[in-house]
Write a protein that binds this ligand. Structure first.
Ligand code: SAH
Length: 241
């Protein structure tokens, strides 16, 4: 048990006795905002070495040093699930990224589609959201947010071993039960607020590695659809079981 409540992702090696240098922002957050003093505990993870309890060894205004004391969790991994989503308005896109990390995905891929209507996607901002969500939800990894790709190009280079759960609001409720489907690498595909175009739909329905799935009889907003689809997948094929 530890008294540490704050979790931070760091880009440095973690191990017994290892010291971790804090940058200005991290120091400001820990010592300026959270008022930690020397000796206070912080939980650290870096996506490789599990989670560690570290103690503040030096608290400064522009930096500081933590020292790793003991491992509190072994390194974990999310299921091999990607979320392909068409970016929507900024706040809803942020929501999709945050919730996907909490629900458990390995990778987030923004895709542009015929009807994608959004401001330019700032991958660095989304990646920062993913990191914060991982810190908050006790994951020991931060899913990668990939550069946006066009849907057609994405499928041109697709690995057929990764199944795609294509969420289609036009499919009758009950379409595409996941139970009985094989475990393994999957991706969930959620369209933009305007839906997919007819030619995209035709292509998506014909994907040999695709599974067309309904999320019920009502039309969900893209952010709701993402959480619903992740729930369904996690409960049927993922790490909720
Ligand atoms: N074009 C639609 C709305 C699209 S909703 C319209 O206005 O009529 C945004 C995305 O959420 C869709 O592309 C789909 O991937 C997903 N989605 C929403 N409701 C869904 C449902 N009931 N079943 C499956 N997918 C759904």
């Amino acid at each position: 048990m530890t008294d540490a409540k704050i979790r931070l992702h760091v880009d440095q090696p973690l191990g017994k006795g290892q010291t971790v240098n804090l940058d200005r922002d991290q120091a400001h957050y820990l010592f300026g905002v959270m008022r930690l003093v020397e000796g206070a505990g912080v939980l650290l993870f870096n996506g490789q070495d599990g989670e560690w309890l570290a103690r503040v060894a030096d608290a400064g205004k522009r930096g500081g040093v933590l020292e790793c004391e003991a491992q509190t969790k072994v390194q974990g991994a999310p299921p091999d699930l990607w979320l392909l989503f068409a970016p929507v308005k900024k706040a809803r896109t942020d929501f999709i990224v945050e919730k996907a990390v909490e629900m458990g995905v390995a990778r987030l891929l923004p895709v542009t589609t015929d009807f994608t209507n959004s401001e330019r996607v700032r991958v660095d901002r989304l990646q920062a959201h993913a990191k914060e969500a991982a810190e908050q939800c006790a994951a020991t990894w931060v899913p990668e947010v990939a550069e946006p790709q066009r849907l057609d190009r994405l499928f041109a280079g697709w690995d057929a071993a990764r199944r795609i759960m294509y969420c289609d609001e036009a499919a009758p409720a009950g379409t595409g039960a996941l139970s009985g489907e094989a475990e393994g690498p999957w991706a969930i595909l959620i369209g933009p607020e305007g839906g997919f175009s007819e030619s995209e739909r035709a292509k998506l329905r014909g994907l040999p590695y695709g599974l067309t799935v309904s999320l019920g009889p009502r039309i969900l907003r893209a952010d709701t659809a993402a959480v619903a689809a992740l729930t369904l997948w996690q409960a049927t094929l993922g790490d909720w079981r």
